[in-house]
Write a protein that binds this ligand. Structure first.
Ligand code: HPA
Length: 271
């Protein structure tokens, strides 16, 4: 495993002209951030040794190296979801490659169903913590010496970055919610009873990604900031049929705000 990660990282190091310390996973709601990256170098996943290949409609897969404002960044366009059939090792492989490339901070976005009754469709929610309900743990198996066998999760989402994001939102006049993201395998959206159960468990939003990548990032010593765009509501009395298209439309509407927060946040710190 470690050899594969290092082989992939060596391949990328030989190709890229930058040495970013910041990475972004361009999940739903953040696709347009790509247009703001300058001095772009794009590497399709197919060309990268050991990289899984993205399959879901609307998620083209490539790594993009370049600059966002003054900051050198690495962006993942297209992520690997557990529901697509990838193993947890595949889902989180790119994060381990990030660690080998020297990434110190990871930004993630996703689409999620809101279970908190005060939320509205189109809200942005800073992820303050998560609940991992995936059926397989991404760190199951032999421990890779990037981190301890039993990693601490008391601050999975960096409090300093959360505070900075709140300050930026305040200046920009953008309303941000905060809450707990519950990660579940999908690919079904939840039944009303499942949404209710997740809310009672402490979730403010539920989605099918992010948690595996965040766990592996934490294990590697990478600090994390995440935002969910609330694309539908799993709230009693407000539950309506939901489709992938509805999720995309709601995410597109919130995209400019999400992009602003991420751009400003990424440019607000040194490393
Ligand atoms: N549930 C799970 N994943 C999601 C949802 C949802 O309601 N909306 C967007 N991704």
């Amino acid at each position: 495993m470690l050899e594969k990660i290092q082989e992939t990282a060596s391949y990328l190091k030989a190709r890229i002209h930058t040495a970013p310390k910041t990475a972004v996973i361009l999940g739903t709601g953040l696709g347009n951030l790509v247009d703001e990256i300058t001095e772009k170098q794009e590497i399709p996943y197919q060309e990268i040794p050991n990289f899984p290949i993205s399959t879901v409609e609307g998620h083209s897969g490539k790594l993009i190296f370049g600059k966002l404002g003054k900051k050198e960044i690495m962006a993942m366009q297209g992520r690997f979801h557990f529901y697509e059939g990838y193993s947890m090792k595949e889902v989180t492989f790119p994060v381990r490659v990030m660690r080998e490339l020297g990434i110190q901070t990871l930004f993630v976005s996703n689409a999620a169903g809101g279970t908190n009754p005060t939320f509205k469709i189109g809200d942005l929610m800073i992820i303050t913590d998560h609940i991992n309900l995936f059926p397989e743990h991404p760190l199951r198996g032999k421990n890779i010496a990037y981190g301890p066998r039993f990693p601490d999760m008391s601050e999975a989402y960096d409090k300093q970055l959360i505070q900075k994001a709140l300050d930026i939102a305040n200046v920009q006049g953008i309303t941000l919610r905060q809450g707990v993201y519950l990660g579940t395998q999908g690919p079904t959206f939840e039944t009303p009873s499942e949404y209710r159960m997740f809310y009672r468990l402490g979730a403010d939003a539920v989605g099918m990604s992010t948690v595996p990548e965040v766990i592996v990032a934490k294990h590697c010593g990478i600090r994390v900031f995440g935002i969910s765009v609330i694309t539908d509501l799993g709230v009693e009395g407000k539950i309506i049929e939901v489709s992938h298209e509805d999720v995309q439309l709601a995410a597109d509407a919130a995209q400019p705000y999400m992009t602003t927060i991420m751009r400003e946040l990424i440019n607000s710190f040194q490393n």
